[in-house]
Design a protein around this ligand. Structure first.
Ligand code: C5P
Length: 217
């Protein structure tokens, strides 16, 4: 496709979502939060009383998600679930069902449909390796587990959820390990990806680093 894509992959809470959103705004491009699709699948599985261990039942739910993205809102079967899918238990269930090949397959076409002119910024784990391998710019956004746990803790508290740093550190390590070691589309830097470590960078500096790579292509 001639429509450009900037992929931003990295571990949980590395700031991908915020950075992708800001880069999309700066360029006037669409944004794909691919993690939201896995979180929506997790929510649909939980609410539908589906056994999370039943790979094919989960994949079938993923293929039939009735979802609508509209600005910051995310509708699942007519319900605004944007806040609900951010909860930690849903994130953990998302990471569990994201390990299933048939689930990833079921979400592939839906992700690629976000590629519209004039361009797309896509964030996730496998945007550069699997979903948009022809993207002209691929970013691998990392940060120390400590920095990421602190960010997530702050984020959750701001949203009025309770949060515990030690627990978050433990969950984050477990989720990183699962995302990196799974057989289907493990988290890894795509060939040619530019790695940015945001541990000690502000949001603005990180956005600038991405835009800088883009302007130098
Ligand atoms: O990025 P976010 O934390 O919202 O993603 C939730 C989970 O969905 C991740 O832990 C990961 O297991 C999965 N995911 C994925 N591939 C993506 C995006 C998210 O496997 N492209």
């Amino acid at each position: 496709s001639m429509i450009p894509v900037i992929t931003i992959d990295g571990p949980t809470a590395s700031g991908k979502g915020t950075i992708a959103h800001r880069v999309g705004q700066a360029l006037g491009w669409s944004v794909l939060d691919s993690g939201a699709l896995y979180r929506l699948t997790a929510l649909a599985v939980r609410d539908g009383g589906i056994d999370p261990a039943d790979e094919l039942a989960v994949a079938s739910i993923a293929g039939r998600l009735d979802v609508c993205f509209d600005g910051g809102r995310i509708w699942l079967a007519g319900r605004d679930v944007a806040a609900q899918i951010r909860e930690e238990p849903i994130g953990n269930l998302a990471s569990q069902v994201a390990a299933y090949g048939p689930v990833r397959q079921a979400l592939l076409a839906r992700q690629r449909a976000f590629r519209r002119a004039p361009g797309l910024v896509a964030d996730g784990r496998d945007m550069g390796t699997v979903v948009f391998p022809d993207a002209p710019l691929k970013i691998f956004l990392v940060a120390s587990v400590q920095a990421r746990a602190e960010r997530r803790c702050k984020q959750l508290k701001e949203k009025g959820f309770s949060a515990n740093l030690a627990g978050l550190l433990q969950d984050m390590r477990a989720r990183d390990e699962r995302d990196r070691s799974r057989i289907h589309a493990p988290l890894s830097a795509a060939p040619g990806a530019k790695t940015i470590d945001s541990s000690n960078l502000t949001i603005d500096a990180t956005v600038d680093a991405v835009l800088d790579y883009w302007s130098r292509l």
